[in-house]
Design a protein around this ligand. Structure first.
Ligand code: F0G
Length: 458
């Protein structure tokens, strides 16, 4: 077969204008935002790679679902379509809708967490860690050592370190309310977890009688990587691989803003009847009645349709290949990126690109600010700003200082991506001149969202 360009498996139906800005305008915008890219006005951003969460384009069938949405308070047909679509892939007996992923995390942690508990995960996402810590429990990251080396090639860098998980369970299984697996491993570079590794985690959970929960935001991308990289799965339907993953777990938290292909939504699903009852009671307190959670009926329909589209092979082939295209372009240009390229994002290795900026002067922040200033590209620091501050008030360097270029689903074209490669290349050329930052103001938790910064003098 001759190699052919893998094209977007859709054409554009409605468009949103992008606003061009000058470098001087962007410098002013940065100063006004306290050098925090979360504080920018989105209209001042040209290519928005801050997140792949809720920022994708919906299909015409999803918009049709929005019209079909039924806003009955209880027992809406939209709810039943949503529940059926979730159970088609994740046949857990109890599906509890929430307005987004972190609401599911908060409810679950309120039900199972607490002081003295420890929650292992391959790597906690920031909100997951914050929700574990908010109930006084300890969040423990146990990804394989390969997952912490950005340059290393490995097919499943999101895998759990089974030996360390076993050691933890041997010591204190009674304190562990659940083991979590984040698929794909967002904070560790969007790297997938192998089915074999999930089976290994399941075996340990069985041995120590601890439930296994999935943080399944990017389950379809993870299943596609299993199809591409794990032997014996190359000819399989991705939906079947997803069901295999679900069969290994006792429940899941989900943000439908990622592989639900929707702009809002999420859910918590569990097998255990008693746990489900407790979670539903908490849901009613803060999210809403159990057949809508925090969502409008129309959102439930958009997610139901999104879950059908996200496991289509043409979509996933394009999705993973187009992310790879960005990563490969940067790699070829000599910009250090986390290898191999993940499913939803490309991660620049800021610590390696800016070796003259120590972690506590935030090399990731320096690089992210420079990309915005140079080309209007908004990215997200995933490093010492995000993970450096601890509940006891101390500050230490994060394991990695990365800058994430997250790709909204079905949103940007190849020429947008070519432009991003050019801007990154140009900034990387003069990386030696970039200076670090100092934090002038920060909240007690999740500081990256609202902290203000000041550039350090050169
Ligand atoms: N878990 C993972 C692995 C995530 O990536 C996210 C969100 C959540 C949980 C929480 O879901 O946003 O719907 O409340 N990640 C987004 C991101 C925000 O940019 O990576 P949420």
């Amino acid at each position: 077969m001759p190699t052919r360009t893998i094209i977007e498996p859709f054409r554009i139906h409605s468009v949103e204008p992008l606003r061009m800005t000058t470098e001087a305008e962007r410098r002013d915008a940065l100063a006004a935002a306290g050098y925090n890219l979360f504080a920018l006005r989105a209209e001042d951003v040209l290519i928005d790679l801050l997140t792949d969460s809720g920022t994708g384009a919906m299909s015409s069938e999803q918009w049709a679902g929005i019209q079909r949405g039924d806003e009955a308070y209880a027992g809406s047909p939209s709810w039943f379509r949503f529940e059926a679509a979730v159970k088609e892939l994740f046949p857990f007996p109890h599906v509890i809708p929430t307005h987004q992923g972190r609401a599911a995390e908060k409810i679950l942690m309120a039900a199972i967490g607490g002081p003295g508990k420890g929650v292992p995960n391959n790597t906690h996402f920031d909100t997951t860690r914050a929700n574990v810590e908010a109930v006084g429990a300890e969040a423990v990251d146990l990804v394989i050592p390969e997952g912490l080396d950005p340059a290393l090639e490995h097919p499943f860098k999101g895998n759990m370190d089974l030996a360390r998980l076993e050691a933890l369970l041997r010591e204190r299984a009674q304190d562990v309310p659940a083991v979590f697996m984040t698929i794909t491993n967002n904070s560790g570079g969007g790297q997938p977890v192998a089915l074999e590794n999930l089976r290994g985690v399941r075996a340990l959970c069985d041995r120590y009688r601890v439930p296994l929960m999935l943080d399944a935001c990017r389950f379809a991308e993870n299943a596609w990587f299993i199809r591409e990289r794990e032997s014996g799965h190359g000819e399989r339907d991705v939906a079947d691989i997803v069901r295999d993953i679900a069969a290994l777990a006792d429940g899941m938290t989900m943000s439908a803003k990622k592989d639900g292909l929707a702009n809002i939504g999420g859910w918590l699903a569990v097998r255990d009847d008693e746990l489900a009852a407790r979670c539903r009671n908490l849901l009613i307190l803060t999210e809403g009645f159990p057949t809508y959670g925090g969502l409008a009926g129309r959102d439930l329909d958009a997610i139901a349709q999104g879950l059908k589209e996200v496991v289509e092979h043409d979509y996933l082939r394009y999705r993973v290949r187009s992310t790879w295209y960005l990563g490969e372009g940067l790699h070829r240009a000599g910009v250090p990126v986390m290898r191999p390229v993940g499913g939803h994002a490309v991660y620049l290795d800021a610590r390696r690109l800016l070796p003259h900026v120590p972690p506590l002067e935030y090399p990731g922040q320096a690089l992210a600010v420079a990309l915005y200033e140079a080309g209007g590209i908004r990215s997200c620091e995933i490093g010492t700003v995000m993970f450096g501050r601890h509940p006891d008030g101390s500050e230490t360097p994060a394991a990695l200082d990365l800058v994430r270029l997250a790709i909204p689903r079905r949103t940007y074209t190849q020429s947008h991506v070519d432009y991003v490669i050019e801007v990154c290349d140009e900034v990387a050329e003069r990386a030696g001149g970039l200076r670090g930052y100092r934090i002038t103001q920060e909240p007690p938790a999740l500081r990256h969202f609202t902290a203000r910064f000041e550039p350090l003098a050169s």
